[in-house]
Design a protein around this ligand. Structure first.
Ligand SMILES: Cc1ncc(COP(=O)(O)O)c(C=O)c1O
Length: 383
């Protein structure tokens, strides 16, 4: 039995915006901050180097179309996506920008690529041969990007294939190369020997290939210095506020704020448990605020026992197992006037950044962003 009669929870009065009242969570995205991050990176590489934007996985979960539109108005001209479908969706909005498909020239996609004026990344010799055969008869040959693998063993011409190509340069004859690219493996660690090794391999291959702009660095690579910038850098995570250098203070701006709605405030006695599995036991009587965000919304289960949230600027622990649609916060330390049903808990913001939230979940900020669910009411500012 409860030790004292629970006070009725406070209810937040209706807000001016019905969508906010309906929403179980609100994702506020600051397009102006994304633009500032892009300008910062463009400034870092200097005018002679192009800063392209990587907007794959729906702009790392924040919305490829609004993000790309905002960056295009800033002057960004080249956008990288992973899949053909992402590229086609973006082409509907960005009529003239360069849109590059990282996952390559896959069988039976050539028609879509040509019709939508997309730039395929040629990831192996087979793709190069198919593309060359396709474009050779054309008067105005559309551009493609050649990707050389220098250490990731994921996409791009393998070392063996690169050697074959260097020995048979005619395989590139007549192909309009928009760029030759490679991708770094441990750029977030400037001291790692692999960075210089990949750069050396990239330079050695590039010297023997027809002249074309080169691109090696993504977000972290930008911070390795001008030796790594070449003609174009491909910024993704840093645009979205993820720290490109894991052991240094983050120089990027936090670009979004995730708020979860408090749907119930619950009095719990000492010894009672919270959540599935009865894994969290109250060591004193207290209050639990239930927030309508769960793992179906991208709040990762693996953060159990470590996650924190803010209410009215105060940090409180997320306790118990994370369920599909709900998490539970121990708000015993807060004045009950601060915890209103219909009010919000700050789940990801400048205090609990994606990097911090990711570390607590045993993962990285990239996964926190791309896991952001579809149920949030999204509000875009600026741009
Ligand atoms: C080839 C390539 N370039 C650039 C990026 C962007 O990387 P980041 O988000 O670290 O800037 C990625 C992301 O995985 C990639 O695969």
């Amino acid at each position: 039995m409860p030790s004292k009669r629970p006070a009725p929870p406070r209810r937040r009065p209706a807000s001016a915006d019905a969508a906010v009242d309906r929403a179980s969570g609100i994702l506020e995205i600051d397009l102006g901050a994304i633009q500032k991050n892009w300008r910062f990176l463009q400034g870092k590489v200097g005018k002679s180097v192009q800063c392209a934007a990587v907007v794959k996985a729906d702009g790392y979960g924040l919305g490829a179309v609004p993000v790309a539109k905002a960056l295009a108005t800033e002057g960004c001209k080249t956008f990288f996506v992973a899949t053909l479908e992402e590229a086609l969706a973006l082409r509907e909005t960005l009529k003239t920008a360069e849109i590059v498909v990282l996952n390559g020239l896959l069988p039976r996609t050539e028609g879509d690529i040509l019709r939508a004026r997309l730039i395929p990344v040629l990831n192996d010799l087979g793709q190069l041969d198919v593309w060359r055969k396709l474009v050779l008869p054309m008067k105005q040959r559309p551009p493609a990007i050649l990707h050389l693998d220098t250490g990731l063993s994921r996409l791009g011409l393998s070392r063996g294939e690169t050697q074959v190509l260097l020995g048979e340069p005619d395989r590139l004859a007549g192909v309009a190369l928009r760029a030759i690219i490679s991708h770094l493996v441990v750029a977030e660690d400037p001291k790692h020997a692999k960075n210089a090794e990949q750069r050396r391999l990239f330079l050695a291959a590039r010297r023997k290939l027809p002249p074309a702009p080169a691109s090696l660095a993504a977000s972290s690579g930008i911070f390795l210095g001008s030796d790594f910038h070449f003609d174009m850098v491909r910024a993704g995570a840093a645009l979205y506020g993820i720290n490109p250098l894991t052991d240094q203070l983050n120089q990027m701006l936090q670009v979004f704020h995730l708020k979860g709605k408090i749907v119930q405030v619950h009095d719990v006695d000492r010894g009672e448990t919270v959540g599935y599995g009865a894994e969290h036991r109250m060591d004193r009587g207290g209050r639990i605020a239930t927030v309508a965000v769960g793992y179906a919304d991208g709040w990762l289960r693996s953060s159990q026992g470590r996650a924190m949230a803010g209410i009215a600027g105060r940090q409180v622990p997320v306790v118990g197992r994370i369920s599909m649609d709900l998490i539970t916060l121990d708000v015993t330390s807060l004045d009950s006037a601060l915890v209103e049903v219909g009010g919000f808990a700050d789940l990801i913001d400048a205090k609990n950044t994606p990097d911090i939230v990711g570390t607590r979940a045993g993962t990285i900020g990239y996964e926190v962003l791309t896991a952001l669910g579809r149920r949030y009411h999204r509000v875009y500012h600026g741009g």
